[in-house]
Design a protein around this ligand. Structure first.
Ligand code: BGC
Length: 355
């Protein structure tokens, strides 16, 4: 079957920018919606094992939902493209070419996910496309030199593609006019039950990672790359999340659950999320070396999402493919430098089954 692309106006920002909602679908099999506000993934409808189609990503029914104050102030990044740098940065600063760059704090005194007005809050240009066996949208944004105090002007393209097999790909391409740093990700929150009042603790989770990054009390990497063996972070076999997440472990106390980066062993099918009730399964592949896993620990029941449902703690899980957090301050981590003559590229694929 050939995938289909449709688009409609989703609304207008307070500044008057038109926001489009694009829907990529294989009728009866999968439906994916994305919008150019924050290059955001807003909807994913997939069948359970008996064919019941349900939406399995958090979001809002309207653009106003994404723009509401209570949501914006919470910095939850539901479905957003996160940039320039995913995660937190030690002391809100980094050094490059003998210069120190001080970054603005946006959440509890810490610079998180690109800052006060990161890429999740920008209006992107949209270019829908279709080929013989796929449809998609490329979102483009020009980030000016000095945006959120980062050096260099960056041109960034984020492409969502749905192919005829039902596979979704998010790919990134970026260039800069100066030496800078970059580490974008997507921040979709999944709950494969299709019922956002339910916890994701009943989901099975697998991640092909021997190692993870322990955090300090500010949820910043200590710099250590630790083994998962004997810790609650050992998901080398599919395991129900509820079991390890309630163990006594200082790393779980820091984050109020899992909010840690796993060091991926290899790119193909490196993580699996499975809901035994519905049979829905997500299989993830990525070119990135890390997977930040966040179990919705800080959702505080302070805004309503789709269908008026209040998103509570553990109502969804985020699987953020990226380089390691705070890489700009951690010499032992893979580099996130982007040179003017280079092209940054990254790809993540999502395959869904029901069994
Ligand atoms: C981070 C969390 C943060 C959440 C929402 C996640 O990617 O790892 O620490 O609370 O995003 O902003």
């Amino acid at each position: 079957m050939k995938p289909v692309l449709t688009s409609k106006t989703f609304g207008f920002t307070p500044k008057g920018d038109k926001i489009y909602l694009f829907t990529l679908s294989l009728p009866g099999q999968i439906e994916v919606s994305v919008m150019n506000y924050g290059a955001t993934w807003t909807l994913l409808i997939i069948p359970d094992r008996s064919g019941i189609m349900e939406d399995v990503v958090l979001g809002f029914d309207t653009l106003e939902g994404y723009l509401q104050k209570d949501y914006q102030e919470n910095y939850c990044y539901i479905g957003s493209t996160v940039g320039r740098i995913a995660g937190r940065i030690t002391d809100n600063r980094f050094h490059l070419e003998e210069k120190t760059y001080e970054l603005p704090a946006n959440l509890n005194g810490i610079h998180l996910h690109g800052g006060i007005e990161g890429w999740d809050r920008k209006v992107w240009n949209s270019e829908p496309f279709g080929t013989d066996n796929s449809v998609g949208v490329t979102f483009y944004y020009h980030s000016i030199d000095g945006e959120e105090n980062y050096p260099g002007a960056i041109d960034i393209w984020v492409t969502y593609t749905l192919d005829e097999s039902g596979r979704i790909e998010i790919s990134y391409k970026a260039i800069s006019d100066q030496k800078t740093i970059i580490n974008p990700t997507n921040h979709a929150y999944f709950n494969l039950t299709g019922d956002f009042t339910k916890s994701i603790e009943g989901h099975g989770f697998f991640v092909d990672a021997e190692k993870y990054l322990p955090m300090n009390k500010h949820s910043l990497p200590t710099g250590e790359i630790a083994g998962v063996s004997g810790t609650p972070f050992d998901f080398r076999h599919l395991k129900t999340i509820s079991e390890p997440i309630h163990r006594n472990h200082p790393q779980l106390d820091i984050a109020g659950g899992i909010d840690h980066c796993f060091v991926l062993n290899q790119p193909e099918e490196c993580a699996v999320l499975y809901d035994p009730e519905s049979g829905r399964k997500l299989i993830l592949s990525t070119t990135e070396p890390g997977l930040q896993v966040y179990t919705g620990n800080h959702f505080g029941n302070n805004f309503k999402g789709k269908n008026g449902v209040t998103y509570g703690k553990r109502s969804a899980i985020c699987l953020e493919t990226q380089h390691f957090p705070d890489s700009c301050n951690q010499p032992g981590f893979p580099s996130i430098l982007l040179m003017p003559e280079e092209i940054f590229q990254s790809r993540t694929q999502f395959v869904f089954t029901a069994e």
